[in-house]
Design a protein. Structure first.
Length: 173
């Protein structure tokens, strides 16, 4: 087994010495083939670890991007609701037409959106009043219009009324 040991020990070499030296060497050392197999396994494990780390990093980046996209969509929905609420508060006739007249991107990027939306809608209401319902309520209908009876303050009959009453005796006024 240990041919090189025979050359060194010469006539002193025995099988018992060979076994003892082999046992001691196997405690401290491994065979080259075992070492090579372990080294290959280590390299394969390092490669798998590198691939797993890269995959984790890719998924983490995708997760972060998905979170950013979701946050952007939520912010967009909140902004649209804020703008629609402000338009309705000012009694806008067509939210779509009003939004087309506004610089929505600048309002979306604004630090104080509520204040800037109010200012933009105020300016638009002054320039384009037709886009908004008037804030004043119209006066109520005058009493006495419609199918009710008409009364007059002066009860003097003139000739036309007398002639009309003669032609329509069943009509009361």
């Amino acid at each position: 087994m240990l041919e090189w040991l025979k050359n060194i020990l010469g006539e002193s070499y025995t099988e018992d010495i060979d076994k003892q030296i082999s046992a001691e060497i196997s405690k401290s050392f491994v065979a080259k083939s075992d070492f090579d197999a372990a080294d290959e396994a280590r390299k394969a494990a390092e490669t798998q670890l590198a691939e797993a780390t890269k995959t984790i990093a890719d998924w983490q980046a995708k997760s972060e991007q998905a979170q950013k996209d979701a946050d952007a969509r939520v912010d967009e929905v909140k902004f649209d609701a804020r703008l629609d609420r402000a338009i309705a508060k000012r009694r806008g006739r067509s939210a779509k037409a009003i939004k087309a007249m506004l610089d929505v991107d600048a309002l979306r990027a604004s630090k104080d959106q509520d204040k800037d939306i109010d200012a933009a809608l105020d300016a638009l209401a002054q320039d384009s009043t037709y886009l908004f319902e008037p804030l004043e309520t119209p006066p109520p209908y005058a009493a006495g219009t419609g199918s009710g009876t008409v009364s007059r303050a002066d009860k003097t009959d003139d000739g036309v009324e007398i002639a009309f009453a003669a032609l329509n005796p069943n009509l009361k006024f």
